[in-house]
Ligand binder design. Structure first.
Ligand SMILES: Cc1c2[nH]c(c1CCC(=O)O)Cc1[nH]c(c(CCC(=O)O)c1C)Cc1[nH]c(c(CCC(=O)O)c1C)Cc1[nH]c(c(CCC(=O)O)c1C)C2
Length: 365
């Protein structure tokens, strides 16, 4: 076991475990990224994946929002990307500035599973740089806040591996699901096996909580979600948690974020995750009633609310905190990643309001 500095703020870990908190903890999906001028400055100097693969740079960027919003964020998330798993599987992924990821040679037919993918992935060899970045970042954080690790969920990664990048309708990836369901499941299982090893390695390297991003969950019908997403994200929680239990260790909290999959909330509360991250289309009261206190909820302000001006941000945060409750089983976040054109000062208003309103509401309980 690696030795790390003692943690000075464990609010998010307590909230995830269902313990009482003096205020709701807060972090922001994509908090280290393009909306920060200090990130853009580094990005001008280095290619995106060079940053991911250079622990010193990944550490520097992970700490940027922690330093800028000193004391206002309750977690750091390691600087990386969900697409490092497809890279470990042997696909080339490029990050095109202002456009996003591009796969020059995506999977086209099921035969490509055997010709294009490396199916014996040693995550220590292929993704050891993420583990090194996590260890270095956790040391550099000096216990200020917990460090989060993450992965992309199998369906979301499969979608990128077939579409070759972002997509409006996912028609290529869905063609696989509907025309070649068994081969699709084989691919999903290959991704799942790497995802499990990768998460276990991240936790061993220092991740104190982890999030699984099923960003394109909501592209699937409820039935297809049950067939092509749920079994794999469920397997990931089971296998990761059992690995640590078998070794006599306490598993770290795990969060699942299935953007758009409102219909799956009840199932998601029963598959072993501690926290469910919600997008902004879900009403807090509905989420609480469907999940029945079995999990901690995270979310869910519309990321575009950060364009609404200080007063709109303050009143939305207040309404959101009142609806979720601030003293247990709640972690504040946006309903999806922060957008690149957001003013970092609007983000500060959001964070400051979460603190002040959270403390106030708890005082008046
Ligand atoms: C958690 C995370 C991600 N990416 C990055 C991080 C770490 C930074 C952080 O959160 O602080 C850096 C991260 N990843 C990327 C960037 C910008 C790249 C650049 O600088 O050019 C950053 C800072 C690039 C990227 N990578 C991806 C996209 C989306 C493309 C699409 O529309 O389909 C993009 C634009 C894929 C991706 N990547 C990620 C997701 C899941 C979260 C979500 O749904 O937003 C997804 C879908 C996750």
């Amino acid at each position: 076991m690696i030795e790390f500095p003692p943690l000075k703020n464990d609010l998010i870990l307590r909230a995830a475990r269902g313990e009482k908190t003096e205020r709701a903890p807060v972090w922001i999906m994509r908090q280290a990224g393009r909306y920060l001028p200090e990130f853009r400055k580094e990005r001008e100097k280095h290619d995106f994946f060079t940053i991911c693969r250079t622990p010193k740079l990944a550490t520097l960027i992970t700490l940027q929002p922690i330093n800028r919003y000193d004391g206002l964020l309750d977690a750091a998330i390691i600087f990386s990307d969900i697409l490092v798993i497809p890279q470990a599987l042997g696909l080339i992924v490029e990050m095109v500035p202002n456009k996003g990821p591009h796969f020059p040679s995506p999977l086209e037919t099921p035969a490509d599973i055997d010709t294009k993918l490396n199916k014996n992935v040693d995550v220590y060899k292929e993704l050891g740089y993420v583990f090194d970045a996590l260890t270095m970042t956790r040391q550099a954080l000096e216990g200020r806040v917990p460090l989060l690790g993450f992965i992309g969920a199998p369906w979301t990664l499969m979608a990128y591996m077939i579409e070759g990048g972002g997509s409006n309708n996912f028609s290529k990836a869905k063609t696989w699901l509907f025309k070649y369901p068994e081969e699709s499941k084989r691919l999903l299982q290959i991704i799942t096996d790497v995802a499990v090893d990768f998460l276990i390695g991240q936790i061993k390297a220092g991740a104190q909580m982890v999030q699984v991003f099923e960003s394109w969950g909501g592209e699937l019908s409820p039935h297809d979600f049950k067939t092509f997403s749920l079994p794999y994200i469920s397997q990931i929680a089971d296998r990761v948690k059992n690995k640590f239990k078998d070794d006599g260790l306490i598993p770290v909290p795990m969060t699942i974020f299935c953007k758009g999959s409102w219909y799956a909330l009840e199932s998601l509360s029963d598959i072993g995750y501690d926290t469910i991250s919600l997008d902004w289309t879900i009403d807090p009261a509905y989420a609480k009633s469907v999940t029945k206190g079995k999990v901690t909820l995270q979310g869910n302000m519309d990321p575009c609310m950060l364009y609404g001006g200080d007063e709109a941000i303050r009143s939305t945060v207040k309404t959101m905190l009142e609806a979720f409750g601030t003293h247990e089983k709640y972690i504040v976040n946006l309903g999806h990643g922060i957008l690149p054109t957001v003013d970092p000062e609007a983000t500060r208003v959001f964070l400051e309001t979460v603190h002040s309103v959270g403390l106030d509401l708890n005082k008046n309980r």
